[in-house]
Design a protein around this ligand. Structure first.
Ligand code: ATR
Length: 278
């Protein structure tokens, strides 16, 4: 990688950011297209967020991904928000267009494409979504726009999930049921389970958001977590012969759309998959 006075800077802001595979994905693709740019990570604490975003303009950083815990709070510092990002209430990609900061959400497309890459469909499915944070919101909008049959949300903080469900029921013609996480065992009519919490992520990889009994009721289990590759939740699915998928392809696909927004180019997903799996 050649860095000189014309090199354009991209990056990720979040806290923490050290686990991210985004630098690998974007730097590989910059090299592939021979684009004189680099992508790095910035560990930004919540109290530094405003200054960090203002700094994008003053330093001329061309594009930024945003991750936990800033996806929602960053919105108030931006000049333009896409319709999708507005609906989701979260931004994960910023373009600095000559000093105008524009916010987008590519998690939404990342999720949809990762589902279809696995030959699954959302239409007419009965979905159990675990979580009510930023990732869950992007997934919920994808579910709402893709004619699922029913949505049930489980969350530790049940009030947070209720607020989310009410907003969505207003925006879309949907009925969403909400339960506290500890009521998981009581649920029936589960077809597809989607975990959008951080429960089971390294270093807490011995945990699962729901028990094996709940997993047994499903036909497909999706975990947004990709580190570890196979969470306890997915291991429950595997040993009960239930189809499952981790969040690896969602990350690749959200990066694919961020890269396209910044450069106008479609990176080679297969090349990226192979490189990262190595
Ligand atoms: P992200 O943007 O990755 O979705 P987030 O907005 O912080 O991150 O949301 C994290 C999700 O994981 C939330 O649904 C959170 O539950 P609460 O809304 O009750 O906080 C869930 N979560 C995190 N740690 C958890 C734990 N130990 N047990 C249960 N749920 C947990």
């Amino acid at each position: 990688m050649k860095v000189d006075s014309n090199t354009v800077l991209y990056g990720l802001i979040g806290h923490p950011v050290s686990h991210s595979i985004s630098p690998l994905i974007h730097n590989l693709s910059f090299e592939y297209f021979n684009i004189n740019s680099i992508y790095t990570v910035f560990d930004v604490t919540p109290e530094n967020l405003e200054n960090a975003v203002k700094g994008l303009k003053s330093l001329g950083i061309k594009g930024i991904n945003v991750t936990v815990p800033h996806k929602e709070n960053v919105i108030k510092y931006l000049d333009y928000i896409s319709e999708e990002a507005k609906l989701i209430g979260a931004v994960n990609t910023i373009i600095n267009s000559d000093g105008i900061l524009k916010g987008y959400n590519t998690d939404y497309m990342g999720f949809l494409e990762s589902i279809s890459e696995n030959n699954e469909v959302l239409k007419e499915r009965d979905i159990l979504l675990i979580g009510a944070g930023g990732a869950a919101k992007a997934i919920l909008i994808a579910l709402a726009k893709n004619d699922v049959n029913s949505i049930t949300i489980l969350n530790r903080d049940v009030q947070k999930a209720e607020v989310l469900a009410k907003t969505l029921e207003k925006d879309f013609n949907l009925k969403i049921e909400v339960y506290p996480l500890q009521d998981a065992e009581k649920l029936n009519n589960i077809d597809m389970i989607i975990n959008a919490t951080s429960v089971g992520m390294a270093p807490d990889f011995e945990k699962s958001p729901v028990s094996e009994n709940v997993v047994k009721k499903a036909n497909f289990v999706y975990d947004v977590i990709y580190n570890p590759e196979k969470t306890i939740l997915l291991k429950y699915a595997e040993r009960n012969n239930i189809k499952y998928q981790n969040g690896f392809s969602m990350v690749i696909n959200q990066a694919y759309h961020s890269f396209k927004l910044w450069t106008g180019k479609n990176f080679d997903k297969n090349l990226v998959y192979k490189h990262i799996q190595k």
